[in-house]
Structure formats: structure tokens, C-alpha cells
Design a protein around this ligand. Structure first.
Ligand SMILES: Nc1ncnc2c1ncn2[C@@H]1O[C@H](COP(=O)(O)OP(=O)(O)OP(=O)(O)O)[C@@H](O)[C@H]1O
Ligand SMILES: [Mg+2]
Length: 579
């Protein structure tokens, strides 16, 4: 997974990556060359008193060091740039994919994990890339180079490596295998903290109202504690790892000095060679340690890359058409027709909607009424393809919605959801959400129709008054009216009001409906409501019961003959009011 993800995302940066590799190679070779130069200075200069040789070799050493520094800096700079760019690209790809998700995929992942995956998991992968470019690339070159150089200095002494390298490798891999499962747990537990936090923020009022603060605090405490535990466990192994590695390294230095000193005594080795040899041993052990770091980070990044890939590989169930069919021009494009529609939520056994045939024409108001849970919202959501029908068709302007280009389809529809959502920004930015070019005049007009003008005027800043994320700084009814104004500002061919008047008092409800009439003269209007007064004047009323249409007609017709409608009406109005 990690390999695939990196291959896909590194492709645009292949050139830079190559440069980094070359720079790293030059850098490591230079680093490896330095101790050998140093040995020569000692053996050929200091030991025999040759000042000229010391100067000459010193000059070369300086030049090599300089080259090493330049290459190292260049490699880190380019490596870091590439890693960051990679992170950016991956986040963009995740975001695009999540944007394309329908409600269904959204629901199956859930927001908290999508957020962690886009932020924390990408960061893990990005970190591995950064580490690869900066230190991990060095490790193998350094290991091989170090061994070659050590052998060049003294073959017999290199025997130490045969003992030390396996010991270090065993120690490191033992600790690392203990550590990895905790990293895996950590990612899942970060998700959990995210989930609890989000839920609490969203439900803060309910939590207060039901005095659940203590138990909620406990719930968060538990999730938080879990992350802490995983972090501490992983950290503990890390803490053991370094002293152990240091111990092996120092023990090695001691034994090299021990054996080396004897060899010098016997005249089998020179002092300079021994100093160089010690440097190479340190390089080799460092390379082994770096490789161990790889083993720490790669598993963690592998976990993360699986989580990222799971999102990227989830195909949205609601797909845009391959060959979009253009919509007819004029008001006819607003003609909305459902025929033989059946809808089943994913995983659900029973269909929520069945045998729905419905025609909503431009210039007319079609109302949908039904008890709670009868499928009204579900039906409305099928039009902008928040979900796709499981059987039958939904057409606009005679074209199946699945064949209409998404932008065109959404441009056609002004949806006021049952739970309207406002974005952080201003009244203006929210109203212009669907109509970026609308002038102030048009916005005020939309507000006026939506019966929102007076309270917006009263807000400090008017159109520029701030709106909090989710619209939490305005009342529920105000939010609903702003959402209505947002739909009106767009001048859509099809209005979908999902229970949009329920938070309004009767007078405002009536005024709004009256103001909407001239506004929607050429548009198709679909009004979902539970309140009879809201829809009694509709051109046609469709009665929904348990996912089926049980009657349709005008208020008078239905009142005459439809028992379900009668039941709804008489639960709200007296006989005189109803007639
Ligand atoms: N995301 C979902 N997954 C599974 N089932 C769902 C989902 N949303 C709604 N349902 C089911 O579909 C049925 C219809 O729900 P819907 O929201 O369309 O009702 P409604 O008529 O809009 O109700 P209300 O008047 O309360 O808004 C309900 O029985 C509900 O249990
Ligand atoms: Mg609903």
C-alpha cells in the first residue's frame, strides 16, 4: 500500500527525487572519505613530521568537507520540499475524493476518521518520505561504504563487525516488533478521541440539558487515556532502544581499541588507521541504527497508508455520467418526474420508498405531506442525487438525473434541507454560496421574500454580519429563513423545501408563502410539510404513508376521499377550519 501510494504520488517529483539521491550519494562518499584522509594526515604527516603533506591533505579535507556540507544541505532542502509537496497532493486527493462521496460513503466512514486520515495519517506518510530523503537514503550507502573502507584499513580488525552488526540488528528488531503494534493502536485511538470530541461539540446543548457532563467527561477521559497509554508504551520501547544501541556502540569502540592497540604494538597496524577504523565502525553502527529507525517508521506509515488508500479507493456510488445529456432550454427543464421509484438504504432490508410516481410541473406547487418517517426527506434527496434510486427513474426536463452533468443538475435545484447548514462567514457569503454573482440588491430581495430582511437589518453589519460555523449564532427559525433566502438568491428552476417552514410561526409562514408566489412563477416548487396550513393551497398534494403514495389531489379532493389525509388534517384543524 505504502509503495503504491508513494509511487503514484512521487511520480511528478521523480526528477527532484533523483537529484536528492545523487546529492546523498556524493554526501555520504565525502563523509566516508574524511576519516581516511585524517588517517593519512596522522600516518604520513604527523607521525613522520611532514608539514607539507599535512597542509596538502588538510586542504583536500577542507574541500571535501565543503562539498559534503553543500550536498547535505541541498539534499535536505529538496527532500523536505518534495515530502511537503507530497503531503499537500495527498491531502488534496483525499479531499477531492471525499467531496465526491455521496451520503452513503460518508456514512460508512464517518467524519472523524476522514479528518484524521486527511491530517494525521498523511503526516505519517509524509514523515517517512522526509526521513527517507534525509537520513534513510544514507543508511545503505553508509553501511556498504563503511564496510569497504573498514576492510581497506584493516581486514583482521573488521572481524569485530561480524559479531557486532548481528547483535545490534537482533536487539533493534526485537524492540521494534514490540513497538509497532502500539503505533497501530495509536492511530485508531486518535480516531476515537476525534469522534468523542466531535460528538461532544455537536451535542453540547443536549449534554448540558441532560446533565451528562460528568459521564461525557469520563468518556473523553477514557479515549484520551487510551492514546496516552499507546504513546507511553511505544515511547518506553523507544527509551530502551537508544541506551541499548549506545551500549553496543561503546562496547564496540572499546573492543576495537583493545584489539587495535595490540595490533599496533605488533606493528601490524598504524595509529592513523586505527582512528579511521573507529570512525568507520561508528558509521556502520549508525547506519544499522538508521535502518532500525526505518523499521520504526515504515510500519506506522504502512498503517497510515492503508487508511488513506481505503478512502481513495472507495468509489463514490453516485457517479457523474460519462456522456452527459443536455437539458432542454426554458422553463421546461424544471419539470420533475419520478416514476416507479424505489429506494432502499444501503444495508437496509426494506425499501423506504416504493412505487413512487409523481409529476411536479413548472409554475405549480407540489406538496408532499406525511407522518414522520414516511420517507419525505429521502424522496427529496433523490432529486439532487444525494442518493441514487434503487429502481425506477427520477427525471428533470425529461432527462434522467443520472445522465445530467452534476453541475448542471445542482445549478437547477434550490434545496432547503430539513436541517439547514450555514457556513462560517457572513450573511452575504452564505447567500452567495449558490449565486456568486448576485448583487446586494438581489440579496436583499431574496432576504425580503424569505422574511429575513428585518432581522438581518437589525444584525450588526447587515449583509456583512458574521455567521458562525453551522449558523449557531442565529436562531433556528432565522437559520431556516437564511437557508431559504440562499435558495431564492440562486433563482433555481426547481425549489425543494424540506420541511422548511416548520420553525416559523403561522403568520411568518403565511407571509413567506405569499411572497414566494410571484418569485416562483416559472419554477417547479416542491414543498414538504407536516403542517396542513402550509400546503393546503398547493396545486397538488401528495400524501405519503410508509414510503408509498396513498393519495394525491387538491386539498378539497383529498379531504373528501382520502382517509390518511383526513386523519392528518383533523389532528391539526377543526372541521370548520379544514373546509
Ligand atoms: N441514512 C439512513 N440510513 C438508513 N435508514 C434511514 C436513513 N435515513 C432515514 N432512514 C429511514 O428512512 C425512513 C424515512 O426517513 P425520512 O428521513 O425520509 O423521513 P421523513 O418523512 O423525512 O421524516 P420527518 O418528517 O421526521 O423528517 C425512516 O424510517 C428512517 O428510519
Ligand atoms: Mg424529513
Amino acid at each position: 500500500m505504502l509503495v503504491r501510494l508513494l509511487r503514484e504520488h512521487l511520480r511528478p517529483y521523480a526528477g527532484t527525487a533523483l537529484v536528492v539521491v545523487v546529492l546523498q550519494i556524493v554526501q555520504v562518499v565525502a563523509t566516508l572519505y574524511l576519516p581516511s584522509l585524517n588517517a593519512d594526515i596522522i600516518d604520513k604527516g604527523v607521525a613522520v613530521g611532514n608539514t607539507h603533506e599535512i597542509w596538502r591533505l588538510g586542504g583536500i579535507m577542507l574541500a571535501v568537507s565543503l562539498a559534503q556540507v553543500v550536498c547535505a544541505v541541498g539534499a535536505v532542502y529538496l527532500g523536505a520540499r518534495t515530502a511537503m509537496a507530497l503531503g499537500r497532493d495527498m491531502r488534496a486527493r483525499l479531499f477531492d475524493r471525499v467531496q465526491a462521496f455521496s451520503q452513503q460513503e460518508m456514512g460508512s466512514f464517518g467524519a472523524p476518521t476522514l479528518i484524521t486520515r486527511t491530517t494525521n495519517d498523511v503526516q505519517q506518510v509524509q514523515m517517512v518520505v522526509l526521513m527517507t530523503f534525509t537520513i534513510m537514503l544514507m543508511a545503505p550507502i553508509m553501511l556498504v561504504g563503511g564496510v569497504i573502507m573498514a576492510l581497506r584499513e584493516d581486514v583482521a580488525l573488521s572481524g569485530v563487525l561480524l559479531v557486532v552488526v548481528p547483535v545490534l540488528a537482533v536487539v533493534v528488531s526485537f524492540v521494534v516488533t514490540k513497538m509497532v503494534p502500539w503505533f497501530r493502536k495509536m492511530q485508531a485511538r486518535i480516531d476515537a478521541v476525534n469522534r468523542v470530541m466531535r460528538e461532544q461539540l455537536a451535542g453540547v446543548r443536549v449534554i448540558r440539558a441532560f446533565v451528562r457532563e460528568a459521564s461525557e467527561r469520563e468518556r473523553f477521559g477514557k479515549a484520551n487515556e487510551d492514546v496516552y497509554e499507546a504513546g507511553v508504551r511505544a515511547g518506553m520501547y523507544m527509551a530502551v532502544l537508544f541506551p541499548m544501541v549506545m551500549f553496543v556502540m561503546n562496547a564496540t569502540s572499546v573492543s576495537v581499541l583493545w584489539f587495535g592497540a595490540r595490533r599496533i604494538d605488533n606493528g601490524q597496524m598504524q595509529i592513523g588507521a586505527l582512528t579511521a577504523f573507529i570512525s568507520y565502525i561508528v558509521f556502520i553502527l549508525m547506519a544499522v541504527m538508521m535502518s532500525s529507525l526505518i523499521f520504526v517508521m515504515i510500519p506506522r506509515a504502512m498503517v497510515s497508508s492503508e487508511r488513506i488508500a481505503a478512502v481513495v479507493d472507495t468509489a463514490p456510488t453516485v457517479l457523474p455520467p460519462i456522456r452527459p445529456v443536455p437539458l432542454p432550454a426554458g422553463t421546461e427543464r424544471g419539470r420533475l418526474e419520478l416514476s416507479g421509484v424505489e429506494f432502499r438504504y444501503p444495508g437496509a432490508e426494506d425499501a423506504v420508498l416504493q412505487d413512487i410516481d409523481l409529476l411536479a410541473e413548472p409554475g405549480r406547487t407540489t406538496a408532499i405531506i406525511g407522518s414522520t418517517g414516511s420517507g419525505k426527506t429521502t424522496l427529496v434527496n433523490l432529486v439532487p442525487r444525494l442518493y441514487d434510486v434503487t429502481a425506477g427513474t427520477v427525471t428533470v426536463g425529461g432527462v434522467d438525473v443520472r445522465d445530467v452533468a452534476p453541475d448542471e443538475l445542482w445549478g437547477l435545484i434550490g434545496l432547503v434541507p430539513q436541517k439547514p447548514y450555514l457556513f462560517s462567514g457572513t450573511v452575504r457569503s452564505n447567500l452567495q454560496f449558490g449565486a456568486p454573482d448576485a448583487t446586494d440588491e438581489e440579496l436583499w430581495h431574496a432576504l425580503e421574500v424569505a422574511q429575513a430582511r428585518s432581522f438581518v437589518e437589525a444584525m450588526e453589519g447587515g449583509l456583512d454580519a458574521p455567521i458562525a460555523q453551522g449558523g449557531t449564532n442565529v436562531s433556528g427559525g432565522q437559520r431556516q429563513r437564511l437557508a431559504i433566502a440562499r435558495a431564492i438568491a440562486r433563482r433555481p428552476a426547481i425549489y425543494l423545501f424540506d420541511d422548511s417552514f416548520s420553525a416559523l410561526d403561522y403568520a411568518t409562514d403565511a407571509a413567506l408563502r405569499a411572497a414566494l408566489v410571484p418569485e416562483t412563477r416559472d419554477s417547479t416548487v416542491v414543498v414538504v410539510a407536516q403542517r396542513v396550513a402550509t400546503i393546503r393551497n398547493a396545486d397538488r398534494i401528495v400524501v405519503l404513508d410508509d414510503g408509498r403514495i396513498v393519495g394525491s389531489g387538491t386539498h378539497a379532493e383529498l379531504l373528501e376521499s382520502n382517509p390518511t389525509y383526513q386523519e392528518i388534517v383533523y389532528s391539526q384543524l377543526s372541521v370548520e377550519e379544514a373546509a
